[in-house]
Design a protein around this ligand. Structure first.
Ligand code: FDA
Length: 949
């Protein structure tokens, strides 16, 4: 445990273990995990046993016994009656308990209901059993009054699949409906109920649910408690608010002060997303905050009932001393400890006469894995009191020293706050942080912008040149009667006029220094940020994209500007070539000339902006033809780029339909075509651009991103808790209208039924509705044509597979198509091979992972792919077998981030280098090598005359 690498590998193995089938599986995973690691002798011996007859069985038995023992150390039992008996035993020896039913984060209504049923059975069993326990005054009274003997602890994320800030209304409602009868029962039986606190994202929802329930008159007599996490920087405010709310209540609500068990998750997530972490970043600060909060909690004695939950003797002692200083009797609060952790502290607390309540989890190993891994992490963390005291035997004097917060507030790994780079002094590229929906101010700002957008009169989107009439309308796909924009339809003549103007402007633009062009992109990024809410709202309205997806799109637009600006400056320094003595060689990159950008509607802001920004920054002029469904967004992005300092004619907008695009493609002055859209149109463009035309000044280069029929392969050992939300998000996010979306799900026989059932139930729980609402997870499809095509396809689906689920509970108005899951799909059928671009998931069964990979790769497309496996060997195999341009392992297959997952496919999914990656800009450039002889009269001068350096 002192070796962080070995520790990480062991945790990964332990996490996978319950999903493994037999000895061969166990040995293979051990080998995969520990190959190349400096494993200790006992582990090496265990692995070597895998090669001798019967050895695998021995290794597996040892692993199983160790993990079972570990689980038994932290988990009190699996069934309510067994647990009630064990808790009775604890009561007899002087400890109260609160029982936690293992399991968190459900993904369907059925899972939530199952959790609630088990919770109800637990309350009943504990309520009945506790009547038979002998009296223990210390455990069942404080100075305020009686304290229930039995208690349960609840994780509210287990009670609704939509307990998320954006779906808060529904999530809280659902959890409340399930909890209310259980809490009524608990109140009647005299069982107290604690609301555990989980991740920061769910904190406000948990608090809201707690209050709403306790305010119900029928729960007037319930002993309810909630957790306060000391590591949170806003914990003191929460405590104050709680105390204000609790004032005057008949039964004082209880507060369990803890430090917080999700420190790793909170800091990693904040760093990955570029958010300020909500937690203290040094252990001393958390410890000091715990002590301050303990004192503050005592100050509310009588209004709140306090509980202090920590294994840290210094923290416990501080709570006791503060209580005495404030004249709170020792029996006026309780001390709480975790089952199986720091046993000597349990004994000491009991012997010192305090009321001890032990938090005892119950349940099965698989749902309990997250809990177990948290405990393992905690017990072995560098900063852990338990490790210092009980594993390393550090002296009490040292451990009891007052906490020392670091002087300057620490910074999380890789967080950069909100610094904005300036041209000439550019900070390294960092993706734009996505919205923090859990902050009320964020939701309020977006809600206002969305309401303002939906109340707006139609926009007018004119062509940059010519007098084309506003003959095109874009509408709200959720309410097609409402026009979002009237747009021009450019005819051939106006397109040609634009390309001619772009060609004329090209030389001067190319001659500008790269830094000047990069600065335009950086100013555009700043403008996008400043108008973030407004642009998000427009995307929501014009293409029917749910809020979180629209937010990600605005971030991606910012990212393209920031990333390509930096990459252009790197290119400007020249490519890697050698210069021998006496010769100066420079590989430089120049814009090709005129670029035609032809963009899709599904990312109406980010994709056209990315293609346009790449062309502009490398010195090309651009004529942009947006999708006919989304001219308003295109109008805004062109305005932003122009206002960021583009000279006249360097960027022109040519709204229109297919003919407008065709006129653009055929114009002989076009040097590069950047296209994203369907395979048919993409291949037609490649063909047209390749036709011989002597008027052309160059061989046209086509950069085309086309479709996908993307598969996710789920292995025998996959973690279904990870699979279900990732597959559902990948398949049904933005109603399946992303080219990266998952449309095929390939399940190995061993997990087929369980995975299919959970995925289907999760799809049943998706919130389908108008994207104007924050809680919508699946909106409408883009237009009447898509609606008709998809509805027709779904009607035919039963001829090539079994329709497992077809949602029909759809809004009456709008182009809605119900999320659909079809199983046993014929792998040769259209449903298995054609890109449908809608909320339809085809499911296939395969005997094993290798067969799954073969099936997944058997497609003319190769855009994205996903695998869920915990075998290191299988991860390598997937990368070998699959041709997809983007392969995702154990995560969703949508949501590529610029600079992290450069995006683009192979085979018929695309031609050209990946967008948002280091090579993308090269496609818009002509490379040129300038070689200068620097020798003069036998003297090698080092003066450079070459154009840029
Ligand atoms: P110790 O003094 O060793 O503190 C460890 C804690 O310090 C970590 O858990 C973390 O909070 C913090 N920490 C570690 N490294 C840090 C760093 N670099 N910077 C800042 N802080 C750092 N937790 C929870 O989130 N929700 C809950 O509902 C509960 N419920 C609960 C009930 C009971 C009865 C107990 C005993 C504990 C909980 N916990 C919890 C767990 C609790 O939050 C905590 O994780 C453990 O008790 C470990 O903390 P100690 O104070 O015991 O040890």
């Amino acid at each position: 445990m002192t070796d962080p690498d070995l520790r990480a590998r062991l945790f990964r193995f332990v996490d996978t273990f319950p999903a493994l089938a037999g000895p061969a599986d166990v040995v293979e995973h051990l080998r995969g995990e520990f190959a190349g690691a400096a494993a200790p002798w006992w582990l090496r011996a265990g692995l070597a046993l895998g090669d001798v007859p019967g050895g695998r069985r021995v290794t597996t038995a040892v692993a199983r016994r160790s993990i079972d023992r570990m689980a038994r150390q932290f988990v009190i039992g699996t069934e309510p009656e067994e647990v009630a008996e064990a808790v009775g035993g604890m009561w007899a020896s002087g400890s109260a308990a609160t029982v936690d039913l293992l399991g968190e984060h459900t993904h369907s209504d059925a899972e939530a209901a199952r959790y609630a049923t088990r919770l109800a059975a637990l309350v009943d069993a504990l309520g009945a059993a506790s009547n038979r326990w002998a009296p223990r005054p210390v455990l069942e009274h404080d100075d305020i009054g009686p304290v229930p003997r039995a208690s349960v602890s609840v994780k509210v994320s287990a009670l609704s699949p939509v307990l998320h800030p954006l779906t808060a209304g529904r999530g809280v409602e659902q959890a409340q409906t399930l909890l209310l009868p259980i809490l009524e029962r608990a109140a009647a039986l005299g069982v107290s109920v604690w609301f555990d606190m989980e991740r920061y994202e769910e904190k406000a929802l948990t608090q809201a649910l707690f209050r709403r329930l306790l305010e119900r008159p029928e729960l007037d007599m319930l002993h309810g408690g909630i957790v306060l996490q000391g590591y949170l920087r806003d914990a003191a405010d929460d405590l104050e608010a709680l105390a204000r709310w609790a004032t005057g209540r008949r039964i004082p609500p209880a507060v369990r002060l803890v430090k917080g068990a999700y420190w790793d998750t909170e800091t990693v997530e904040a760093a990955a997303r570029g958010w300020d972490p909500p937690v203290h970043l040094d252990k001393g600060a958390t410890d000091a905050a715990f002590e301050e909060l303990a004192d503050a909690l005592h100050s509310y004695h009588g209004t709140l009932r306090a509980a202090f939950a920590t294994h840290n003797l210094r923290s416990l002692a501080a709570a006791v001393v503060d209580g005495r200083r404030r004249a709170v009797p020792d029996t006026g609060y309780e001390l709480q400890l975790l089952y199986g952790m720091a046993e000597p502290v349990h004994v000491a607390v009991r012997q010192a006469g305090f009321r001890l309540r032990v938090y005892a989890p119950m349940g099965e190993l698989i749902p309990g894995m997250a809990y177990l891994v948290r405990r393992l992490l905690e017990n072995t963390a560098n900063e852990s009191f338990v490790r210092h005291r009980f594993a390393e035997g550090e002296s009490l004097d040292k451990l009891l020293a007052p906490p020392m917060p670091a002087k300057a507030p620490g910074r999380g790994p890789e967080t950069n706050g909100h610094r904005r780079p300036h041209p000439g002094d550019l900070a390294p590229y960092r993706p734009e942080p996505p919205a923090q929906w859990h902050l009320p101010a964020v939701i309020e700002e977006i809600a206002m912008a969305v309401e303002a957008e939906f109340g707006r009169a139609p926009r007018q989107v004119r062509a940059s040149r010519g007098s084309a009439g506003l003959a095109l309308s874009s509408v709200d796909p959720a309410d097609p009667e409402v026009v979002v924009a009237h747009a021009a339809v450019c005819d051939e003549a106006s397109v040609h006029a634009m390309v001619d103007a772009a060609a004329a402007a090209s030389g001067a633009w190319r001659a500008r220094p790269m830094a000047e062009r990069a600065a335009v992109l950086l100013r555009a990024a700043a403008a996008l940020r400043a108008r973030r809410a407004e642009l998000l709202a427009l995307v929501v309205r014009e293409v029917g994209k749910p809020w979180a997806d629209a937010d990600a799109e605005v971030c991606e637009a910012v990212d393209y500007c920031e990333y390509y600006a930096r990459r252009a400056l790197e290119l400007d320094a020249g490519g890697a070539v050698q210069s021998p003595p006496g010769e100066d060689n420079l590989l430089r990159y120049r814009g090709r000339g005129v670029c035609a950008v032809i963009a899709p509607w599904n990312f109406p802001l980010a994709i056209p902006l990315g293609m346009t920004a790449a062309a502009l920054v490398t010195g090309n002029t651009v004529v942009l033809k947006p999708a006919e469904q989304s001219p308003a967004v295109a109008g805004e992005l062109v305005r932003i780029l122009l206002e960021s300092g583009l000279p006249e004619d360097v960027l022109q907008l040519a709204p229109g339909a297919g003919e407008t695009g065709a006129a653009l493609v055929d114009h002989p002055a076009v040097d590069v075509i950047a296209f994203t859209g369907s395979r048919e149109v993409g291949l037609a463009i490649v063909e047209r651009a390749g036709r011989r035309d002597d008027r052309r000044g160059s061989v046209v280069r086509v950069v085309a991103e086309m479709g996908g029929k993307n598969a996710v392969v789920v292995d025998d050992d996959a973690d279904l808790d990870q699979v279900v939300p990732a597959v559902v998000a990948s398949a049904f996010g933005f109603a399946g209208q992303k080219c990266s979306a998952a449309s095929r799900l390939v399940l190995t026989d061993r997990i087929h039924d369980a995975a299919l059932e959970r995925v289907t139930e999760a799809v049943r729980a998706l919130v389908v509705g108008p994207p104007r609402r924050p809680d919508t997870q699946v909106g409408p499809v883009i237009d009447a044509e898509a609606h008709a095509r998809l509805t027709g396809a779904l009607q035919r689906a039963s001829s090539v597979g079994t329709v497992q689920l077809a949602r029909h509970d759809l809004p009456e108005v709008g182009w809605f198509v119900g999320p659909t899951v079809v199983t046993d799909v014929d792998p040769t059928s259209w449903l298995a091979t054609d890109e449908l671009f809608g909320p339809v998931l085809a499911v296939f069964g395969v005997p094993d992972f290798a067969a799954g990979l073969r099936l997944a790769d058997d497609s003319p497309y190769a855009l994205t792919a996903g695998v869920f496996t915990r075998s290191a060997h299988h991860v390598r195999m997937a990368a070998e077998v699959l041709h997809a341009g983007n392969l995702y392992v154990n995560r969703a297959i949508t949501g590529a981030v610029v600079g992290r997952q450069p995006f683009g496919g192979n085979r018929l999914s695309g031609v050209g280098s990946k967008a948002g990656g280091p090579d993308y800009l090269l496609q818009f450039c002509d490379p040129q090598v300038v070689s200068e002889n620097t020798v003069r009269q036998g003297f090698a001068a080092t003066v450079h005359h070459t154009p840029t350096r």
